[in-house]
Write a protein that binds this ligand. Sequence first.
Ligand code: DC
Length: 217
Amino acid sequence: MIITIDGPAGSGKSTIAEALSKKLNFIHFNSGTLYRAVCCYLLDINFDISSIKLETKIAKFNLEVRYENQTQIVLVNGKDYSAHFRDNLVSTLSPSVSVNKNIRDIIDDCQRKFGKTHNLVMDGRDIGSHVFPDAEFKFYLDCALEERAKRRFKEEKAKNSKITLKQIEKQLALRDEVDMNKTYAPLVVPKNAIIIDSTHLTIEEVVEKMLKIIKNK
Ligand code: DC
C-alpha cells in the first residue's frame, strides 16, 4: 500500500510521514532526501549546479535506497553523503537540482521500483500528483506561511542560529514560488487528494486525522 503526503516546505510532511509510518508499521520514504543526495554528489564532482536547467544533460548515476534499523540510507554511486544533507549549501542548491528532468527521471524510477515491493508512506512535492497518482491514499498537507515560518524559526533558535523570522518567511515564500512554478512536476494538490490544513493542528492531531481516514475506508 502506498500513502502519499505532499505539501509546501515547512508544512511538517516529513515529521508527520514518520509518525504515521510508525503507527502503520510502514516504511517512511522521504523523497526530498534523494534530491539532497544527488545535490551532494553533483557538488562532489564539481558540477555547476547553478547552471542546471530542465533539459541539462547529466551523466547517468546510480541511485540506491535501503533501510537499516528503519533508517533510510541513500547512496549515489555507492557513496553515502548523509552527513551533508542538511548543510545550508545543500538546502540552497537542491531546488536547482530538482528542476532537471534527467535527475527527476532517475529519482522517479528509484521511488517507483521501491514502491512495488514495500508498504510506504512517501512524502514530497510531486508524489501523489506525478510519482504515484494511483496511490491508495493521497494527502496534501497545507499550512499558512506565517505558521510554517514560526515553526522553522523555533527549530533554528534551538540550533542557536541568528536567522530572523522575517528572513525565514522570505526563504519559504521563495521556495513555494520555485516549487509551484516548476515546468516539470510542480507542487500541486494531487487529483482526489485529501487536503489537511495543519495551521492550527498539532502533529498528533494531523496523524490522528489521517489514521481515521485510512481506517474508515
Ligand atoms: O523536502 P526537502 O526540503 O528535503 O526537499 C529537498 C529539495 O527537493 C527541495 O528543493 C524540493 C525538492 N523535492 C522535489 O522537487 N520533489 C520531491 N518529491 C521532493 C523534494
